[in-house]
Design a protein. Structure first.
Length: 499
């Protein structure tokens, strides 16, 4: 009798390798880390063989369980000893490759800056090695047991993966490449004289390669050579084709517009779940919001705000950079406070903005609570305890905090751009009538437009029944990774089938 092999007939799962510079929670400076942790996990849950490639920063190297050496690479990019390890990271079932290169990665600080806040002098080598290793793995040259069919590179840090693969030419089979741009403002810019450090063919030092206006621009190289380009929302995908948001690369992007798609990020619904969030004062869900009121009082207490249930509390969790538009909020603060509003802000970044927000808190300590720094647990408490989440970004590729706001019934107040436009439905009359409204959106990055949106929110706040309806609609949105993971899977299939 013929023996039936277990699983015979089922197609082998699609092998995809994500290459990135950050991983939540151990190495995170922004939303990129969340995506890099959650998307491969969601893909595995959907049946793909998704894996990760990251630099062996100390926090990751120490946390890697079951580490085995899959390749000894030797000397590369100025490091005397480079090896490729494979294991898993805590709380994750995603097989993870770490590039063990102590000379380049075993140091304090974050992926881009030293503890003194200065950029690393050898950033080019650090991410040159990341891109090169991604390409070698993709070409089947490093792990004898595994090679991806699709290699998915994230941001400029990994943008050299398609470049190194293109440098190999068409000889041999290799993976298809997808490059996701999480924020076009960051492009990996270096002096052209350093081209030699990358070991790429000479022609790539020209306009057909990674040169751009007399400098190296790693992201531009990735945009030239990736088989598919994605960014993190459909609206941002359109915006970056024009000069206003194209950050000089709009021309390059227009040439590749037929390969560009926008896919909105999800959020990790296990980490961001008001019904089971260990960081918050009381759990709640859409059917019973009593816990949310307790979260608000606890947050007001924690930040030294007046404990008034009726005062609308606007939460902000953000990097403090001009992109995020929090200077607009500072300008409208007197009106918001004058109307009885409160603000809870956790953030860090530009010293001038940090100073201005500290000063705002000092001027009105019972209405403005500010914590300068990076605090994951406090971020959860701010999302849960606030009535509104403010995201007045000048531009926003996707944005995650408005998604947290939706999930926690804290209505987003957003500038209608990028992913903010794609994820928040303004509570105008029509949307309210059709029960589609999930927040408040304004057009134009001006203090006046933001002030109007806040007045609109205040109106809503004074109509509790309507407010609750919008809250429930917001909480009913699918902000999980399921739909985006399926969209990426469809894109991979298209990349494998198409040119
Ligand atoms: P960006 O990646 O541009 O910073 P996103 O909204 O996509 O913006 O992602 C920001 C992520 O970083 C969110 O997960 C947010 O909660 C988190 N975050 C930003 N600043 C802080 C902070 N000071 N403390 C805790 N979390 C923060």
């Amino acid at each position: 009798m013929a023996r039936v092999r277990k699983g015979a007939g089922r197609p082998a799962p699609l092998r995809v390798l994500h290459v990135a510079a950050e991983w939540f929670p151990l190495v995170k400076t922004g939303g990129l880390a969340d995506v890099v942790a959650a998307l491969p996990a969601a893909q595995r849950a959907a049946g793909l063989d998704a894996r990760l490639l990251l630099p062996a920063y100390p926090a990751l190297r120490q946390a890697l369980a079951g580490a085995t050496e899959v390749a000894r690479i030797g000397a590369a990019f100025g490091a005397a000893r480079v090896a490729l390890l494979r294991g898993t990271l805590p709380g994750s079932d995603v097989p993870t490759y770490l590039i063990d290169a102590p000379w380049l990665y075993d140091r304090p600080g974050n992926p881009y800056l030293g503890p003194d806040g200065q950029e690393w002098a050898d950033t080019l080598q650090r991410f040159g090695l990341l891109g090169w290793t991604g390409a070698q793995l993709a070409a089947g040259g490093l792990d004898p047991d595994w090679a991806p069919a699709v290699v998915h590179a994230h941001d400029w840090h990994a943008a050299l993966v398609p470049v190194y693969l293109a440098a190999r030419g068409t000889a041999g089979t290799h993976a298809r490449t997808v490059l996701t741009v999480h924020n076009l403002a960051y492009q990996g810019r270096f002096a052209l004289e350093r081209f030699g450090e990358l070991g790429l063919p000479a022609w790539m030092a020209g306009p057909a390669g990674i040169e751009f206006h007399g400098t190296l621009r790693l992201l531009k190289g990735g945009l030239m050579f990736a088989d598919r380009i994605t960014t993190v929302s459909p609206t941002y995908a359109r915006e970056i084709l024009g000069p206003a948001e194209g950050h000089e690369l709009d021309d390059v992007l227009r040439h590749r517009a037929d390969r560009l798609t926008g896919i909105v990020n999800g959020i990790d619904d296990a980490v961001w779940n008001p019904a089971a969030d260990p960081a918050i004062a009381a759990p709640y869900d859409a059917t019973d919001l009593a816990g949310k009121a307790a979260c608000k009082l606890a947050l007001q207490r924690e930040l030294g705000l007046a404990q008034v249930a009726g005062a609308p509390l606007l939460g902000v969790i953000s990097r403090l950079t001009p992109q995020k538009g929090l200077d607009l909020l500072l300008s409208t603060l007197p009106q918001w406070l004058g109307a009885g509003g409160q603000v809870a802000l956790v953030g860090s970044g530009d010293p001038a903005l940090e100073h201005a927000w500290r000063a705002a808190a000092q001027a009105a300590p019972d209405a403005v609570g500010v914590r300068i720094g990076y605090d994951e647990a406090l971020a959860h408490r701010v999302v849960a305890g606030s009535d509104l989440i403010g995201v007045p970004s000048r531009f926003e590729p996707c944005g995650l905090t408005q998604l947290y706001g939706l999930r926690y019934g804290s209505l987003p107040v957003v500038h209608r751009v990028g992913g903010l436009a794609d994820t928040v439905v303004d509570a105008d009359e029509e949307a309210l009538r059709e029960d589609r409204a999930t927040g408040f959106a304004f057009a134009g990055a001006s203090p006046e437009a933001l002030a109007r949106a806040l007045r609109h929110a205040l109106d809503g706040w004074h109509h509790p029944a309507a407010w609750k309806r919008v809250q429930r609609r917001a909480m009913a949105q699918d902000t999980s990774w399921r739909a985006p993971a399926a969209r990426y899977a469809a894109l991979y299939a298209e990349a494998l089938a198409g040119p």
